[in-house]
Design a protein around this ligand. Structure first.
Ligand code: NDP
Length: 266
């Protein structure tokens, strides 16, 4: 149903975790993938596995905080695959600490990756996306990874929650802007609950040390906070991104797709 044959997708932070699952889902639907990350060895290995499975995939080193890297990578999509149809701003970092213990440097680092990275992605991909968007039935698509932390107050995660709130708002601004300009580019945000990745483990470890609990206790609390009775897995998020990248979501823009097993609803 959600086919992407002939489309080109750029996925940041694609070496592992949710980003890798997104690359696999989009490639499985027929898209050529530009998989980027700062983890070169893991990124190359993930891209090779996708090629071994018969997909088109290239890895590029790409620090999302670097404007020069964005220019290079978007250009590489056009040179290598002929254009760009989908951007997934997935790269992100997490920190949990009591606000009083969070240094200004830590706060700014989280905003640099999670907010500046998404801003630069939107800024530099829109011209490339616009070149092919009119020919795509559902338009080109930008999907930004936010979090349920953008929607509720998460104690001891002020820097991260602030950054994901900015991603949510940026997505809506870009959606309205692109729509009103007739660019046929849709922009949406995705809001996962706790997902089983290295970052998911970091959530348990850091919230544990911020609150004086061990990580197993935090994990049990987190599972209980998801009414569906389990944590998410990367594929749960990847399937939502696939929907937003595909023509099945042609009338969906400026929306926030919550993928959290009911956490936000409870
Ligand atoms: P991971 O930490 O497993 O993967 C994130 C990837 O992004 C890593 O490869 C990481 O590399 C990379 N990265 C970090 N900084 C940069 C940078 N400056 N430029 C390019 N790549 C970078 O995280 P997840 O897969 O769990 O998360 C993916 C996205 O989903 C993030 O935006 C996250 O905030 C969001 N999310 C995750 C949730 C979860 O519970 N896991 C919940 C809600 C949202 P490195 O190892 O160097 O940091």
């Amino acid at each position: 149903m959600h086919r992407l044959d002939g489309r080109v997708a750029l996925v940041t932070g694609g070496a592992r975790g949710i980003g890798l699952a997104i690359c696999e889902a989009l490639a499985g639907a027929g898209a050529a993938i530009m998989l980027t990350d700062v983890l070169d060895q893991a990124g190359e290995a993930s891209a090779q596995r996708l090629r071994d499975a018969g997909h088109q995939c290239e890895y590029r080193h790409h620090d999302v905080t670097s404007e020069a890297d964005w220019v290079e990578v978007v250009g590489a999509c056009e040179k290598r695959f002929g254009g760009l149809d989908t951007l997934v701003n997935n790269a992100g970092i997490f920190i949990a600490k009591p606000t009083a213990d969070t240094t200004l440097e830590e706060f700014r680092r989280v905003q640099a990756v999670n907010v500046d990275g998404v801003f630069l992605g939107i800024k530099h991909s829109v011209p490339a996306l616009a070149r092919r968007a009119q020919a795509i039935p559902g338009g080109a698509s930008i999907v930004n990874l936010s979090s349920v932390a953008a929607l509720i107050g998460t104690p001891d995660a002020l820097a991260y929650s602030t950054s994901k709130g900015a991603v949510r708002t940026m997505s809506k601004v870009a959606a309205v802007d692109c729509g009103r300009k007739g660019l046929k580019i849709r922009v949406n945000s995705v809001h996962p609950g706790v997902i089983q990745t290295l970052m998911g483990q970091q959530v348990f470890d850091e919230l544990g040390s911020a609150t004086g609990h061990d990580s197993a206790e935090i994990e049990a609390k987190m599972i209980a906070a998801h009414p569906i009775g389990r944590l998410g897995n990367p594929e749960d998020v990847a399937n939502a991104v696939l929907f937003l990248a595909s023509d099945a979501s042609a009338f969906v823009t400026g929306a926030e797709l919550v993928v959290d097993g009911g956490m936000f609803a409870s």
